[in-house]
Design a protein around this ligand. Structure first.
Ligand SMILES: [Zn+2]
Ligand SMILES: [Zn+2]
Length: 405
């Protein structure tokens, strides 16, 4: 195939066994979200680039390097969404949902786009399923959200450690930021080039740099938890108490900052030990709605990366039986009716579209992973029966069509 007809780098097809894993994940997460009474919302894949620049933060890698940005025909700057929260926040305000009820709980599912170096489980078009809660400041909402994350991990039998941290609020974070910046200046000789550049613009990001010398250099760095104001400290303490009550296993990680600017107070990641990366992540963003022009609205959410989870889950077992109908001779008017009746009874039925001898047809039935072959010749049609063959045992018998059900 000519190179220009292939999918662009980082864009992939999902099919077969991968797609079954994909659906296993999304259907489990949807079932759990339903149980917590989240309502689905579908927002556009394209927004004005400003929506992401404002929310995710101008100084972040996502906005600076990873967004797919393009002009429309009138020169307005649009972007493919790199994450889900910004669009849901925009929709919440634009539809004035805050006027309807004191709080809202939404979930979304769909493709996200980031121009990153592709690697295992990381693509330029990837998929997330995520949830957002608007209008709730209380820490039991944070705890419940983390219990939901734990339920997802348990439901998929995934080994991952939930790490939590608090990033404080408007009142307490600036003092911490100053202390951290001072510290980073002292150790700047040990920082990588990227961190030297971001220690003033975005000092918190230095804390989660993966470069070994940076990790060493920040070991003794001041911790946000030591700078929390009274209210933030109480929020964090209560969160941990509720997590204990709910039996959610977690680990405090004082260097956990997440890559997005909008987080306040609680942040978390569920980190897979096998992959060494976060498979679910999120946190609180209490000022974002207001910064977008909405009323003051505390909020929180999480997103799960479906391709990453796919690396960790088994393919679901087949949960249906396939009936493969094989017509011989001029029996199609009868055969299509048998297939139709079976389908109306809720059976999964494939009517063979290929001719050929019985051996060839049974081979095809095997390729299709059929559980039963329903063989229909002219004798069967005359007698109003079918011959049914159990593909596993090889056992074959004649049955009236009614008996098939
Ligand atoms: Zn605070
Ligand atoms: Zn670094």
């Amino acid at each position: 195939m000519a190179e220009e007809y292939k999918a662009p780098r980082g864009f992939h097809d999902i099919l077969g066994s991968d797609l079954r894993k994909f659906r296993r994940i999304t259907s489990l997460v949807r079932t759990l979200l339903k149980r917590y009474n989240y309502e689905e919302i579908i927002v556009p894949i394209v927004e004005f680039a400003k929506v992401f620049e404002r929310s995710i933060g101008e100084a972040t890698d996502i906005v600076q390097k990873e967004m797919f940005v393009f002009p429309d025909r009138k020169g307005r700057v649009l972007a493919l969404r790199p994450e889900g929260t910004a669009g849901v926040v925009r929709a919440y305000i634009e539809n004035k949902l805050y006027a309807l009820r004191p709080y809202h709980k939404f979930f979304y599912e769909g493709p996200m786009f980031r121009y990153e170096r592709p690697q295992a489980g990381r693509y330029r078009q990837f998929h997330q399923i995520g949830a957002e809660v608007f209008g709730v400041a209380e820490p039991h909402a944070d705890a419940e959200l983390l219990k939901l994350v734990q339920d997802i991990l348990d439901g998929l039998s995934i080994d991952a450690v939930i790490e939590i941290n608090s990033l404080g609020c408007k009142l307490c974070r600036p003092t911490y930021r100053e202390a951290l910046t001072r510290y980073l200046h002292d150790v700047s000789g040990h920082l990588c080039d990227v961190c030297i550049d971001r220690k003033d613009r975005n000092p918190l990001r230095v804390l989660d740099c993966k470069v070994e010398t940076c990790r060493e250099a920040v070991k003794e760095a001041p911790k946000m938890v030591d700078f929390l104001c009274e209210e933030c400290r109480e929020h964090y303490t209560k969160l941990k108490l509720y997590l204990d009550k709910l039996g959610v296993k977690y680990k405090e990680n004082y260097n956990l900052v997440r890559g997005l600017d909008y987080y306040t107070r609680t942040v978390f990641e569920a980190v897979s030990e096998k992959l060494g990366v976060a498979v679910v992540a999120g946190g609180r963003y209490d000022y974002l709605v207001e910064e977008f022009g909405g009323p003051p609205t505390p909020a929180l959410g999480f997103a799960a990366g479906i391709e990453r989870l796919m690396l960790l889950v088994d393919e679901p077992e087949k949960d249906y039986e396939l009936y493969f109908v094989i017509p011989f001779g001029d029996v199609y008017s009868y055969a299509i009716n048998v297939a139709d009746m079976l389908r109306r009874k809720g059976k999964v039925v494939e009517l063979s579209y290929r001719g050929g001898g019985l051996k060839k047809q049974l081979e095809l039935a095997n390729k299709m992973d059929a559980d039963y072959a329903v063989i229909i010749g002219e004798d069967e049609m005359r007698e109003g029966v079918v011959s049914i063959k159990d593909m596993k045992t090889g056992e074959q018998k004649k049955l009236k069509v009614g008996e098939l059900m």
